[in-house]
Design a protein. Structure first.
Length: 143
């Protein structure tokens, strides 16, 4: 998508980034209700899902706008539609990290490979099933 200056009509080389920064500031101002905006630490174009911006967000490409706040607020803005794709803060990062490492078994690491991780995941699920069935058996036996 190309952005042009309304004054001169010339192509703006960083138009999408400038537009995303303005949108992010408007979203943050509306959410926080303050006039004074925190400084922007980093702006980056995201064109694939990884890290804290995963496939659950469903919008690409987006511009990541990171603010200098105590909660390290980061907004992901889709400049094409002008929508806020995601708002990530420290609490969200911790939740995502625990999801990736515990729920998806990434604690095993990439060195072991996907097949080993899948085997460990299946064995863990089988262990939970065995414990549940033994508990049910004990419950029925005691009654």
């Amino acid at each position: 998508m190309a952005y042009y200056s309304a004054v001169t009509g010339e192509l703006l080389p960083d138009g999408a980034t400038r537009h995303a920064r303005a949108l992010a500031s408007a979203f943050l101002r509306e959410a926080s209700g303050t006039v004074k905006m925190p400084a922007i630490e980093k702006t980056e174009l995201i064109d694939h899902f990884e890290g804290e911006y995963g496939f659950i967000n469903k919008r690409l490409p987006v511009v990541k706008v990171a603010y200098h706040t105590p909660a390290q607020t980061t907004l992901y803005v889709e400049p094409v539609t002008g929508r806020l794709a995601a708002r990530i803060e420290n609490a969200d990062r911790y939740e995502g990290l625990s999801f990736a490492f515990l729920h998806k078994f990434h604690v095993i690491g990439t060195a072991a490979g996907k097949d080993i991780r899948d085997i460990v995941t299946m064995l863990s699920a089988l262990g939970v099933l065995v414990v549940a069935l033994l508990g049910l058996w004990l419950f029925v036996k005691v009654k």
